[in-house]
Design a protein around this ligand. Structure first.
Ligand code: F2R
Ligand code: MG
Ligand code: MG
Ligand code: MG
Length: 344
């Protein structure tokens, strides 16, 4: 079952990125019927063996991070930084990296030759660091690697974030997203209510934001609870106003968590009822609009870790660039996890 959860997380994260990328930056909600039509088209991929959808920076960076963890059996900051940088400079334009992260890679490679690993990120935005969601969008491999060790998870989520994103909201966003994947790995359908899941995240954020003056995650998580508990489902526009679906880590991470918890609470839209639970989470998260590939990938990583890969359609393996890689990396991270447990 754990292997199914690892594979589910990696594959649903890939699906969320590949599908969500079609609608990123349109800045309006995505109609359920549009998503169902796309899903219908994906089915033909299995017959033709044609990869129809590309992944973007979210998956590219997640896979580089996973490869580094697998190759080294531990987090080696210099290796992760050089893998991120090399891949960035070789990547085709349709990976659509964040607008400012290029500066970090240029400085890492040219100015410091990887001698100063965290300096370039801390210089971004006049020394504030980036609060973009790039730290959280790629973090799920840390959760798989650290499964069962929350202390290590928080440490590695922070270190992996700080290579490009030094702002506290980006670091806490990576910790929150990785922790959501870990809670999903450690529980199963029927064993936890949406409110219990939410409470675990709230306990974590209370701790992480204890010394943070602007408690963005605390406030957004409180709002999410209020919206899910409400009788009427909030309109996408209200959600956008109250929580947000943008490029900030605090918006996209909370939007992904909201989509997952809404489905866990069985409040998913009836239009998506023909789909499996994992697909419902991915599609519902993308329907919120805004930074759709990133919200989709993070919601997918959580949902796949919770429900496993059984609910994933077989044609998803053919429809998305990088599907074999996702499955292979998840299997290797699972092997590492098994080995670690045997060695204890
Ligand atoms: N780049 C994109 N999407 C571009 C649109 C592509 C579209 N599909 C098309 O057809 O053209 N997506 C990817 O970028 C996001 C991750 O970005 P990351 O890695 O966090 O980058 P960055 O540049 O560090 O931060 C993002 C922006 O946030 C604002 N910002 C961040 N920190 C700030 C600060 N301290 N002060 C002011 N602004 C700050 C800036 O506008 C940054 O550029 C993902 O969506 C990924 O999919
Ligand atoms: Mg992207
Ligand atoms: Mg907004
Ligand atoms: Mg994005």
């Amino acid at each position: 079952m754990l292997l199914s959860k690892f594979k589910g997380s990696a594959l649903a994260a890939l699906a969320g990125d590949c599908i969500g990328a079609r609608y990123e930056s349109m800045w309006r909600p995505v109609a359920y019927q549009t998503l169902l039509n796309l899903e219908e088209n994906l089915k033909s991929a299995e017959k033709t063996s044609r990869r129809s959808l590309h992944y973007t920076d979210d998956t590219e960076m997640a896979h580089e991070l996973a490869k580094s963890l697998v190759e080294n059996g531990k987090f080696v900051a210099k290796d992760v930084a050089s893998k991120f940088t090399e891949t960035f400079f070789e990547s085709p334009p349709y990976r659509y990296y964040g607008p400012h992260v290029r500066n970090v890679f240029e400085k890492l490679e040219k100015a410091s030759r990887f001698s100063d690993l965290f300096g370039p990120a801390s210089e971004q935005f006049d020394g504030q660091g980036s609060y973009g969601n790039g730290s959280a969008m790629r973090v799920f491999p840390v959760a798989l690697f650290c499964h069962g060790n929350q202390e290590l998870l928080e440490k590695l989520a922070a270190l992996s974030a700080k290579l490009t994103h030094a702002h506290i909201d980006a670091i806490n966003g990576a910790k929150l997203q990785a922790s959501a994947v870990e809670i999903a790995l450690s529980s199963s359908d029927g064993s936890i209510s949406w409110l219990e899941f939410w409470q675990k995240l709230k306990d974590l954020i209370d701790k992480l934001e204890v010394d943070v003056p602007e408690k963005v995650y605390t406030n957004k998580l409180d709002m999410i609870k209020e919206l899910i508990a409400r009788e009427e489902v909030a309109s996408v526009h209200e959600f956008e106003d109250e929580v947000g679906t943008g490029i900030k880590a605090s918006e996209a991470v909370c939007a992904a968590i909201y989509a997952f918890l809404m489905c866990l609470a069985d409040r998913q839209p009836s239009e998506l009822s023909s789909l499996s639970k994992v697909q419902q989470v991915v599609f519902y998260s993308i329907s919120l609009g805004g930074d759709t590939d990133t919200i989709g990938t993070m919601a997918g990583a959580i949902a796949g870790a919770f429900y496993g890969d059984e609910g994933l359609p077989s044609y998803w393996l053919y429809a998305f660039e990088g599907a074999e890689m996702a499955r292979d990396l998840a299997t290797k991270l699972h092997e590492l996890n098994e080995k670690k447990n045997r060695d204890i």
